[in-house]
Write a protein that binds this ligand. Structure first.
Ligand code: SF4
Length: 301
């Protein structure tokens, strides 16, 4: 969920204590729910898939984005071209695996840009999420977007994608809540795509499938999960009764910060969390202190 969850938290018509948001936050991370209930405004986490989809939905091509960001022509031709060729060749050699470049074996055939190659390009890299996301952003534009479209049985040349708000309205609550989804169209078919960033995205997909409403979209929504290597039609995890019960239960809010909270680290959710600065960066403490906060540790600072 990550980025899309935090976009829905920022929607001005979504009440802070709404049971659907509480259920989504609880599913994402209990500590995140605690911060939210404390009135903290989260940041919007940067994610290369979301950034690339934002740019693609605005009609921007990869070359245009890179040039506008400030990458030189030589850099694009040499470094970006080198990466695109490597992925293309690797895919040709491993046709039975979806997106084989996401496997660890790709690192054996492709070496990323070193510090010298990055010289003078840091500002440009920031536009596409920083060096940390550089290759994944390019891969999303050049390969993954097409993978998603073909998985959804759409022609990549004709497909259009845009972010739209879907209203979630169940019998368990009186006020609606708005969540952003990616809507794919190719002139004939319309599908709703949910980006997979954490297991809690499957809960969002269930909610959209059973309780989603939109004036602009035909019902029922075909919901697809967009994974980092393919898209798959969503198979509901819960039925509508279980979802309704879950939303009702979500009225109970944690009064104390959960303790300890290592789960975000295990699952990688902290990387797509808008409260990361509170949990990790602002504390400037060793992680052991965060996990075992009742133990006094002399950090020497
Ligand atoms: S940074 Fe990690 S532990 Fe903190 S709220 Fe986010 S996901 Fe949870």
């Amino acid at each position: 969920m990550g980025t899309m969850l935090f976009r829905s938290l920022h929607h001005r018509e979504n009440p802070r204590g709404h049971p659907v948001l509480v259920a989504l936050l609880r599913g994402f991370c209990y500590q995140a729910l605690y911060w939210w209930r404390q009135g903290v405004e989260p940041e919007e986490p940067v994610h290369p898939h979301v950034l690339a989809l934002d740019h693609i939905s605005q009609g921007k091509r990869l070359g245009d984005v890179l040039r506008e960001a400030g990458f030189s022509r030589e850099f694009i031709a040499q470094e970006v071209g080198r990466y695109l060729n490597a992925v293309d060749q690797f895919r040709g050699q491993h046709t039975g695996i979806p997106a084989p470049e996401t496997t660890p074996f790709f690192a054996r055939v492709f070496r990323g840009i070193g510090p010298q190659g990055r010289f003078g390009m840091d500002r440009a890299a920031e536009v596409i999420g920083g060096w940390e996301h550089f290759y994944e952003y390019i891969r999303t534009h050049a390969f993954l977007f097409e993978d998603w479209a073909t998985s959804m049985h759409m022609e990549p040349e004709k497909v259009r994608v845009e972010q739209q708000m879907v209203t979630i309205m169940s019998t368990a609550q009186r006020t609606p809540v708005y969540v952003p989804v990616w809507v794919w169209t190719d002139g004939h078919n319309v599908t709703v795509g949910i980006l997979y960033q954490s297991p809690a995205d499957l809960l969002l997909a269930d909610l959209v499938q059973f309780f989603g409403r939109s004036d602009a979209l035909p019902l029922p929504f075909p919901v697809w999960i967009m994974y980092p290597d393919r898209a798959e039609p969503h198979t509901p995890v819960l039925n509508s009764n279980a979802l309704t019960a879950l939303i009702r239960m979500s009225g109970t809010i944690p009064a104390q910060p959960p303790y300890p909270w290592p789960e975000g680290m295990y699952t990688g959710q902290c990387r797509v969390c808008g409260f990361r600065s509170l949990c990790w960066e602002a504390q400037k403490k060793p992680r052991t202190m965060f996990l075992f906060r009742d133990i006094e540790v002399d950090t020497g600072r």
